[in-house]
Write a protein that binds this ligand. Sequence first.
Ligand SMILES: [Zn+2]
Length: 465
Amino acid sequence: MDMTKVFERIEELKPQMVKTLGELISYESFRQQPEEGAPFGRPARMCLDRALEICGGLGFITENIDGYAGTVKLYGGEPSLGILAHLDVVAAGEGWTRDPFDAVIIDGKLYGRGAMDDKGPAVSVIYAMKALKDLGVKLENGVELILGTDEECGSSDIAYFKEHTKMPKWLFTPDACYPLINIEKGHINARFTAECRSKNLKALHGGKTINAVPASASALLTGIKKEDISYALFGAGIATVVYHIRDNGDGTIELSAEGTSAHASTPETGSNALTALIKVLSLLPLDEPAKGLLTGLAEAFPHGETDGTSAGVKAYDETSGALTLVLSILDSEGDALSGAIDIRFPVCESVASICEKLGGTLSRRGFEPEINGSEPHCVPSDSKFVKALLGAYESVTGKKGECLAIGGGTYVHGTPGGVAFGCEIEGEDNRIHGADEFIRTDALVENAKIFAEAIVRVCNDPELK
Ligand SMILES: [Zn+2]
């Protein structure tokens, strides 16, 4: 179908898109205290109500799913294509140079919390549908926009949605990046603990969140000589972190390490302070069981290794890449030594198999493991649906469309057949979750064109009914 007229209409709708986005940004829709009819707080509910009101005013059929989510249908009937966006945001946080909830355009960039994640993309979908409606474009199969309100805090909106209504057969979320993500690695969260009463190791702390490479770690030691620490530092031979030794003058010495943080899905871009500290501690003349436990951890999780080889879980496949492993937390609390591990694994592996291997590695080294996980998410790259979306992307942008595999999870993780499609582009940092988040107003228009063409391609393909 020739999309020229639709694209012209989308250009004309730009001022309305900007206005709608500004209005949606004004709601501080991060998760707040639940209230009756507002499971994620009053502002998220108000933002959803207002979005549905705007869509109703544009002539769409809308439905509010009890304040958890809303649906916006272009025409009646059962839709075969769903587009899943979210209206909740993360809190503003520090460092903004302007009001995060009062959108402003500077040099073609619209600033505000949620501008890119995910209110802007939602608005582009609304006006893509509006342009198709204005021009009376006929669709064989229906389309609906699903507006969620709990993506940032665990997607319980989607769980509720699935329980109370039906997900369309074909689904994409414009809540990630272009061109298209068809593979999301499986995810393991492992926790482990062991009893560790020690005269030498008074305290040990490293890492706060399970999904990040820890940037710092420290240990408090007694009965260990300074020269023993120097020998151990030399023996460890680790140059990618900075160590500090502080003699407290009361018989205790504090040994700390400073590395570089990174997201657990890309650990190779960081330097793990915790594994660096463990290596040095394992070389000190500590008493048992501290010595044995730390030696075990140093063997299974050596500093600089991020593919799980020594933990016995290494895996790789062509389509999704390599498994990543991060020892992200270790804490001494009373007589216990407890820690946590984050693993992202390729489609050739399974939760059960990783649990077995990692569980064995940890128990053999004296730790009691508790391991949970979710399976990888995969939609074949040669499916008609994926090809239709990439075709729309290529025809609007002139760029090559290709599938991506990632270690993180998107809004469609766990929804069979769902892919992530848009809206960040390579080489542009829209400061999602950070200060001064923005979207280019031109990108609002371009995204709407891509979505309009995607809707036409998917909904007019008899094989995608
Ligand atoms: Zn998002």
